[in-house]
Design a protein around this ligand. Structure first.
Ligand code: B12
Ligand code: SF4
Length: 455
């Protein structure tokens, strides 16, 4: 039996020929391949690094689907099905919208593949494939070593990605984690993580954990176990990582050179709205400094479009990022992904204006009606802040103020600069330059003054 596993991309502009920026190896498909019975011949195509070929005569095709890629994945599924290859869809989007996905597939998996994938393949081989496989949460002590040997390894800048934990202890309004991996925070045995890294044999890794420090004691054990491996890695964490000196020290010794922090907003009101009050705006600056002092670069996620965001939010964020020396900024438009509490609220309030999933990329379209500015102003401000932040002036200012982990900071900024300009050459405009009218209107001078007071 021949099985093809596909990771599609809707971002061909991000991966032009020879452009290696941000090519990080995919994790879920090598994992799925490792769960596949050994008598099955498996091929993986990650569209970020190679085009999809429709003519392999595959007996079964599996596609991993997130929301922005849903429509495109359905088109791919139709093409394979026309050629006689049945298609199974899995991942976050089929898990939250199973009825929609079932219209485009022979079968779907809702939830994590580990508990059901082997059975699905056996059902298929016996001609008994069911339409829907609903998986319970996977056991963390049964995660196999991913089949990295099936990847086009040379085409990635970071060749190994994995997770030590799954889930998050928080429930931010806009976040899909709860619907992606279910409730609770689960940890893999540290020995299994070490086993995977040794088997992977790479010196540079990404841990795609949602919050690698959520369980402090586990994180300490993990970081101690990583130290002898002499690997360098980046991961994701909540801001309170920066409260814990011991943990930051152990993380650095274990190879951590950069951390993605969901800062999201400089406004306490917006953080409250997002159910993220555990981020304390007043601690941002010292927290970033402490991470830098420990040799850990900071990549910060910022979201624009909260109900409390007025048109000055873009320039205030840019100024803060530069002064605090944030090594890399990841800006996103607030997007109500299906399955999130934000989606339910926006839907209830009748504020969703666009349900074309291909627009749910968090950077190309505003899909809801913002409270304090027009959708056009939000999109323009978003483009403006991205372009400004990746101007040479801002890159220089941020990296100069950081002076940490430049071996990661410089290529990351060059990568982001390349992507930002390649994705959308339009520089946008700063909505704060125009005075706002309406329910959120406040003189600009007052807005700016109250902002600096809060920081
Ligand atoms: C890694 C990652 C990325 C990487 C992907 C790089 C790569 N080469 O893999 C990058 C940085 C590029 C990325 C980009 C984006 N991402 Co992202 N990303 C993740 C992250 C952190 C981890 C995914 C992962 O590998 N998990 C580990 C594996 C093992 O789990 P898994 O993927 O869920 O797979 C399991 C099951 O879903 C299932 N499964 C998955 N696929 C398949 C396929 C088949 C056939 C079957 C049977 C089963 C199955 O079985 C797997 C094993 O249990 C998740 C957060 C999360 N915890 O899921 C967000 C997440 C998936 N991303 C998200 C988003 C929104 C995005 C972006 C739109 C950016 C943004 N606005 O944040 C872009 C979209 C890019 C695009 N073109 O589609 C959302 C998805 C929301 C949604 N409804 O789609 C998530 C859930 C984050 C969040 N907090 O909300 N992302
Ligand atoms: S945004 Fe981060 S902290 Fe909030 S629920 Fe998602 S993963 Fe957890």
């Amino acid at each position: 039996m021949k099985l093809l596993l596909i990771a599609p991309t809707v971002e061909p502009e991000r991966f032009p020929k020879g452009g290696y920026a941000f090519r990080v190896a995919n994790y879920n498909l090598p994992l799925l391949a490792a769960l596949t019975p050994p008598d099955v011949e498996v091929r993986i195509i990650d569209e970020c690094v190679e085009p999809i070929s429709f003519d392999g005569g595959y007996d079964l095709v599996g596609i991993t689907v997130n929301t922005p890629m849903a429509s495109y994945s359905y088109e791919l599924a139709a093409k394979f099905r026309q050629r006689g290859s049945p298609v199974v869809l899995g991942g976050i989007h089929p898990s939250v919208l199973p009825d929609e996905s079932l219209l485009h597939a022979d079968a779907i998996v809702v939830g994590e593949a580990e508990p059901v994938w082997d059975g699905l393949i056996r059902d298929f081989q016996r001609g008994l494939l069911r339409r829907l496989y609903r998986a319970p949460q996977a056991r963390m002590d049964r995660i196999p070593v991913p089949r990295w040997d099936l990847m086009r390894n040379r085409r990635y800048i970071v060749r190994r990605a994995l997770t030590a934990t799954r889930g998050c202890t928080y429930r931010c309004e806009f976040c899909s984690i709860f619907s992606a991996v279910g409730p609770g925070f689960r940890m893999r045995p540290v020995a299994d993580v070490v086993r995977d890294i040794e088997a992977g044999g790479a010196r540079r890794l990404v841990f795609w954990d949602d919050n690698i420090v959520a369980h402090r004691e586990y994180a300490r054990r993990l970081f101690r176990a990583l130290a002898p491996l002499k690997v360098r890695w980046v991961s994701q964490a909540t801001f309170n990582f920066s409260d814990d000196e011991t943990l930051m020290k152990l993380a650095y010794e274990g190879g951590c050179r950069g951390i993605f922090l969901g800062i999201e907003s400089l406004s306490a009101a917006s953080l409250r709205e997002a159910n993220k009050s555990f981020n304390h705006v007043r601690r941002y600056r010292t927290g970033i400094q402490r991470l830098h002092d420990h040799g850990i670069g900071v990549s910060a996620g910022f979201v624009f479009g909260f109900d409390h965001d007025d048109p000055s939010v873009f320039e205030r964020t840019l100024e803060f990022a530069e002064q605090a020396g944030i090594d890399a900024c990841n800006f996103k438009l607030l997007t109500p992904y299906p399955g999130t509490p934000l989606y339910d609220r926006m839907d209830r309030e009748g504020r969703i204006i666009d349900r074309d999933w291909s627009h749910y990329r968090g950077k190309t379209h505003v899909v809801f009606r913002p409270r304090c500015m027009s959708p056009d102003a939000l999109l323009a401000g978003f483009k403006w802040v991205r372009h400004q932040c990746y101007s040479w002036r801002s890159i220089f200012r941020r990296l100069f103020n950081s002076r940490t982990s430049l071996e990661a900071g410089i290529p990351m900024n060059l990568g982001y600069r390349y992507i930002t300009r390649n994705e959308d050459p339009s520089p946008g405009w700063n909505p704060a330059a125009q005075e706002q009218e309406g329910e959120c209107a406040e003189p600009r001078s007052v807005r700016i003054a109250s902002h600096w007071g809060a920081l």
